[in-house]
Write a protein that binds this ligand. Structure first.
Ligand SMILES: [Mg+2]
Length: 277
């Protein structure tokens, strides 16, 4: 598919979206998060107007099953470990190298967490998510302290990192498997496909959680636009913009569609309902 743009800023906008907490409100259980049919339609429309990528922390088959958007340029799961550009699926080499060790940690953690009511250990191919939203408030600190102790004494601990999300601990390979690196990976492939130099893209990244922070900042640093959904965290680039919640993300996406349909300048993206951090 080719995309053409006109307007005062000739850079090509490229849209990167997180899924949970950005497109779909956080659900009590992760498997309950879904998009509405009209939201699928809007994403499909956008995908016909500019390259659109979804980069999620969910396992790749999981995020793939939740998005039925044929115009999507690419999709990434497991925080960037698995990437599909057009029809080509690849796995980050560091994620592949860490797979066996991760399975070992998963069995250790399963022992620890299965005795805690409400704890949910999600075992993905290249990362683990420990969800504790369902644990009684007084049980959360002991659970996390126990998991941290276990992790600290594990022989392979240096190859992984724990990231704190919204009522979830994400355990991922330490070596370069990140959403921001995935953005660069996709921009590089787009550049190869279109002949547009990477500096001529206007990357837009929308995310809401710890694992998105560096990616949102990365979009700003690349001269594009970074949008934070919710209350801005410490460390968010002063040039980032803010959207209140998922509902505002969809208003923003719908305005982006209207803007691109009339050949508008991508810098107009920075207008209402967006607010400065
Ligand atoms: Mg999120």
């Amino acid at each position: 598919m080719t995309h053409s743009f006109s307007g005062r800023d000739s850079r090509r906008p490229v849209l990167f979206l997180d899924f949970d907490g950005t497109l779909a409100p956080i659900a009590p259980r992760p498997d309950e998060a879904r998009l509405h049919p009209h939201e699928h339609t809007l994403l499909e429309d956008l995908g016909a107007l500019l390259p659109v990528f979804v980069i999620s922390g969910r396992a790749f088959p999981d995020i793939e099953s939740r998005l039925s958007v044929p115009t999507l340029s690419g999709l990434s799961g497991d925080h960037g470990a698995v990437r599909r550009f057009r029809d080509r699926l690849t796995v980050h080499p560091e994620a592949l190298a860490s797979r066996e060790a991760l399975a070992d940690l998963a069995s250790l953690l399963r022992e620890r967490t299965r005795v805690v009511p409400g704890a949910l250990l999600e075992t993905k191919e290249f990362s683990l998510s420990l969800h504790y939203r369902g644990v009684e408030p007084e049980g959360r600190a002991p659970l996390l302290m126990g998991v941290e102790r276990l992790f600290r004494s594990w022989r392979e601990r240096d190859r992984f990192r724990i990231f704190e999300g919204k009522m979830v601990w994400e355990i991922r390979p330490a070596g370069g498997v990140t959403k921001e690196e995935t953005m660069d990976y996709f921009l590089g492939l787009l550049s190869g496909e279109t002949g547009v130099s990477p500096g001529d893209f206007f990357p837009v990244m929308v995310g809401d959680d710890t694992t998105d922070l560096a990616a949102v900042n990365h979009a700003v640093i690349l001269g594009g636009a970074g949008f934070w959904v919710g209350n801005p965290p410490e460390g968010l680039d002063a040039g980032a913009m803010r959207l209140r919640d998922c509902a505002e993300v969809w208003i923003f996406l719908s305005r982006l569609r209207d803007l691109l349909e009339r050949g508008g300048d991508c810098r107009e993206l920075l207008g209402s309902p967006v607010r400065k951090v």
